[in-house]
Design a protein around this ligand. Structure first.
Ligand code: MG
Length: 468
C-alpha cells in the first residue's frame, strides 16, 4: 500500500524548455540539447585533454554549530564539525569543489584515492564511488564547469525543477526543538526531521511543536529501532499520529522484523521510511514493510538505487550529509531522480556557515535546482580560511556525561565509551528505560568535581540508572 505522498508531484520539465539553441530547434527537439553539438558532449570531443586532473587541494575545516544544535550535538556528535574540502583543478583551469564530513560519511577520501586519479581524465574516474565523497563531488563539479553545464546534466535527465528539503536536528530538549522548528518554518522549510529517543519526552516534544506550528509543517521522526517491537511501539505511534504534523516515521523497530514492520504499516496512517539495503530491497518490496526509502552514498549508488525506487514506485529522501557544499550536490540528484519526493536530509542547517558564497534558499519546502555551471554555487574561501584546522589524527571524542531524569526520581548517567552511538546503542537493545512521559536529558558539564569524575567513570561501560 503506497500512502499518499506529501509532496506535490515532481514538476515535470517539458523537454521543449531545454531546446534553447538554434541547432536543437532545427533538429526538431528530438533530443535534449545535452546531446547536441552546442553542449558538453561536443566540447568534450574537442578537448578531452582539458579534463586532465592537474591539482587536488585538501583543506580540513571545523565549522561551528549554531547554538541550539550545539547544545544537542555536543552530547553524541561533536565530531560532525569536521569537514574536508576538496578543490580539483583541471588542465582547462576549471576548479571544482566538494567535501567529506570526515566522521559521518558514506566514504572518506583516502590519500591513495587522491594519488590514483592524479593526471587522469576527470570524466573517466568521476563515477567511481570508491573515491569517497569529497573527491567525487569535486570531480563532478570540475567536469560540469568545464562543460559549462550544471552537475545534474552529468547525472541524468532533469525531471524536477525544484526539490524538497528537510531541516534536521538530532533529538533535543523540547524548547530547543520548538525554536528550531520555528526557525525552519521562518526560512521556508515545511519539514523537520529529528530523532525519537526514550530519553526525551516524545509527547511533550510533539504536542509543543504542534501547538505552535501549522499542520502543513511536517515532523518526521527517526527511532533507529528504539521502539523495539510492534507491540510496544504501535500505541506510541498511534498517539503521536493524532497530530497532522507527524508525517514519516523512520525505522521505528529493527528493519529486519518483517512481521513487526508489516503490523506497523497497517496500524498507522504515517508513512514508514527505511534505509535502503536493510533488509535486501527486494525483501522489503515483496513484503511491503515500508512506504519509502532513504538513499545515500556515492553518485553511482544513488542513481542506481533511485532508479529502483522509480521502478517500484516508492518515494525516498536523499540523505547526503554535510555543510551547504553537500546540500548543493544533493540538489542535483533531486533534479534527475523522479522519486526523490520526500524532503532531503542534508543537515547543513546545523552550522553557522554553509561554506557557500550564497546560501541555499528554500521556499514552501522546496529549493530550486541550480542552473549555473557545476554545483551552481561558489565556495566561500574566506569561510574556509576562517575555519581551517589541522586534520585530526582520529575522531575527536572529548569526555561527555549525560544526565537523564524521570519524574519518579530515577536518574541515569551515560558517558562516552569511545564508540559512536554510545547512547543509541544501549537504547536499541532495551538497555535504557522505555519511552515515558516526563523524561529529560542534558549534558552535564565537567565542573571539575570528584562527583562528576565518579559518575563519569561509573558509566563508561554503559548507562547506569540510580533509583531514588
Ligand atoms: Mg536514519
Amino acid at each position: 500500500m503506497l500512502k499518499q505522498q506529501r509532496q506535490e508531484s515532481p514538476l515535470a520539465i517539458n523537454r521543449r524548455t531545454f531546446c534553447t539553441s538554434t541547432l536543437a530547434g532545427l533538429a526538431g527537439c528530438a533530443l535534449p540539447p545535452v546531446f547536441n553539438a552546442t553542449t558538453y558532449a561536443h566540447t568534450f570531443n574537442r578537448a578531452a585533454n582539458d579534463l586532465k586532473i592537474v591539482d587536488i587541494k585538501r583543506t580540513t575545516v571545523k565549522v561551528p554549530y549554531r547554538p541550539a544544535p550545539q547544545r544537542a550535538m555536543d552530547r553524541e556528535l561533536p565530531h560532525w564539525r569536521y569537514s574536508e574540502v576538496f578543490e580539483v583543478t583541471l588542465q582547462s583551469g576549471h576548479v571544482g569543489f566538494g567535501e567529506t564530513l570526515l566522521y559521518y560519511t558514506w566514504g572518506v577520501t583516502e590519500d591513495d584515492d587522491v594519488a590514483r586519479v592524479q593526471g587522469k581524465n576527470a570524466a573517466d574516474v568521476m563515477w567511481d564511488d570508491e573515491l569517497g565523497a569529497g573527491l567525487q563531488m569535486a570531480l563532478f563539479d570540475a567536469v560540469a564547469r568545464a562543460a559549462d553545464v550544471p552537475v545534474h546534466r552529468l547525472l541524468g535527465h532533469q525531471v524536477n525543477g525544484k526539490t524538497p528539503l528537510s531541516w534536521w536536528n538530532i533529538d533535543m530538549a523540547t524548547d530547543d526543538m520548538l525554536s528550531e522548528c520555528q526557525e525552519a518554518y521562518r526560512q521556508g522549510y515545511l519539514a523537520y526531521k529529528t530523532k525519537g529517543r526514550p530519553w526525551f519526552d516524545l509527547w511533550d516534544q510533539v504536542s509543543t511543536v504542534a501547538g505552535k506550528l501549522p499542520g502543513k509543517f511536517k515532523v518526521d521522526m527517526d527511532f533507529n529501532d528504539t521502539l523495539l517491537d510492534a507491540k510496544r511501539g504501535i500505541p506510541i505511534l498511534k498517539e503521536l499520529e493524532q497530530y497532522p504534523h507527524i508525517d514519516i516515521y523512520e525505522t521505528p523497530i529493527p528493519q529486519g522484523d518483517i512481521a513487526g514492520n508489516q503490523a506497523i504499516c497497517k496500524a498507522t496512517r504515517v508513512s514508514i521510511a527505511m534505509h535502503y539495503g536493510s533488509p535486501d530491497p527486494l525483501v522489503a518490496l515483496r513484503n511491503d514493510i515500508c512506504d519509502g526509502f532513504i538513499i545515500g552514498g556515492g553518485a553511482s549508488r544513488v542513481i542506481k538505487r533511485g532508479s529502483v525506487c522509480e521502478m517500484a514506485d516508492k518515494p525516498f529522501w536523499l540523505q547526503l550529509v554535510g555543510t551547504g557544499i553537500t546540500a548543493a550536490w544533493s540538489l542535483h540528484f533531486g533534479a534527475v531522480l523522479s522519486h526523490a519526493t520526500w524532503p532531503a536530509v542534508n543537515c547543513h542547517q546545523l552550522y553557522q556557515h554553509q561554506l557557500l558564497k550564497t546560501p541555499i534558499r528554500v521556499k514552501d519546502g522546496f529549493a530550486q535546482i541550480p542552473t549555473g555551471p557545476g554545483l551552481g554555487y561558489e565556495l566561500d574561501q574566506e569561510a574556509i580560511a576562517r575555519y581551517r584546522v589541522k586534520k585530526p589524527a582520529a575522531r575527536p571524542d572529548p569526555p561527555r556525561l549525560m544526565e537523564t531524569t524521570w519524574k519518579d526520581g530515577r536518574v541515569m548517567y551515560t558517558a562516552n565509551t569511545g564508540k559512536v552511538n554510545f547512547m543509541l546503542g544501549p537504547g536499541q537493545v532495551g538497555k535504557i528505560p522505555y519511552y515515558e512521559r516526563g523524561v529529560n536529558t542534558r549534558l552535564l558539564p565537567n565542573d571539575g568535581s570528584r562527583r562528576w569524575k565518579k559518575l563519569y567513570q561509573a558509566s563508561r561501560q554503559g548507562p547506569v540508572v540510580y533509583k531514588p
